[in-house]
Each structure stands twice: as C-alpha cells, then as structure tokens.
Design a protein around this ligand. Sequence first.
Ligand code: DX5
Ligand code: ZN
Length: 220
Amino acid sequence: MPEYKIAPSILSADFARLGEEVETVLSAGADWVHFDVMDNRYVPNLTIGPMVCQALREHGIEAPIDVHLMVEPVDDMIRMFADAGANYITFHPEASRHPDRSLQLIRSLGCKAGLALNPASSLDAAKYVMDKLDMILLMSVNPGFGGQKFIPSTLAKLREARRMIDASGFDIRLEIDGGVNRDNIADIAAAGADTFVAGSAIFGTADYAEAIGALRSSLG
Ligand code: DX5
Ligand code: ZN
C-alpha cells in the first residue's frame, strides 16, 4: 500500500486563528499543511504569502508545509517560500515562462518540486520533466476557491498519471486537490493518488480528528 498523506488545505481554516487551527489539525492526525497561495492574477482570489508561512514556522509548526502556488510569475515566490520554510513548492506550468528552470530552482533551494495541472490541462506538461519532479498535483476543481465539487473526469487522468509515474521509475508523489471527501477518497486512491488535499471536508466540520479519521479509514 502506498504511504498515504493527508494534507488539510488551510484555505478553509479560520484565518483569524491560523496558528491555532494548524496546531489543532496536526494534532488531529494531519500529515502535511497544504498552503494555498493566490494572487488575484493567476486565479481570481487573494490569500496568503511567505510571511504567513514564516509565521507558522516561528509559531513552532514543524510539519511539512506543502505550498501550492497559484500565482504568476512564480520564480520570486519560489525563492521567498523556500526562505520561509516551505518543504514542497508546486506551481502551475503555464504560470512560468520556463517551467523546467523553475523546477530546477525549487530543488536548488533545497525544496521538493511539484507541478500542478488544472482540470483541462494535459499531462504532457510533466512528460519531459519527470526527472525534476517530486510531485504531480492534479486539480480536481478549477483553482481559486475551496468548497467546490470534485470533477469526475479527474479519475481517468489520475490513472494515466499513475501509469506515467510508475513507468518513469522516479519517486514522484501524486497529489489530488479539490473536492476530496470521505465519500470519494477511496475511488481517488484506487485511481492512483497517494496524497490528498482536503479543505472543507476537514475545516468545515466541528471535529477535525473525526474528519481525518473518516478520510483515513476510507483509504482502508
Ligand atoms: C483550490 C485549492 C484547494 C482547495 C481545496 O484552488 O487549491 O487546495 O482549497 O479545498 P476543498 O477541499 O474544499 O475543495
Ligand atoms: Zn491547493
């Protein structure tokens, strides 16, 4: 069985109490912190930047921070998030003029490199950079907002991405982001995902431990 990781998206957390929310979700059993960065340019929403990532580190958060950049351009933010304590840094290839170079930049700064693909985007963007990837993130909603419905065609895309990863022989995580919940996570895992972002399915409930437990027990 793959080593599954559950990465709550803090987009759905209470930003007025962010440090406490992150502590609570980690003690409730989360593996990673999924950190959604939006710039009102690449996506029509605006969230949090490297200062908030650094503040979480200074607050004592030690868990892996999985930064999902929905910004363009990407290279300055890659540098700033690496400095701010990010572990994974993932960007959308069309938001970088030179995605291969941006991937190399992430690794050169000591972070793990990920590529995020929107629902309508082809997997081809990953094809020639497999050796530079630590993660492929498949968006199962259009980026910009939490609480949207999982797009079912992502399941076929996950299967194809799983085949690509296995055939490459590289150690690449396959992350799914958007609309993941306790009812669909088993199908998503069966299609090949090993890393699960969940925002509203965790932060939208009163009991994070129960929510994470339900996601994990659906994984079998
Ligand atoms: C959307 C973000 C997601 C989102 C997930 O652009 O990348 O991480 O917050 O939230 P849910 O799980 O509510 O779809
Ligand atoms: Zn995300």
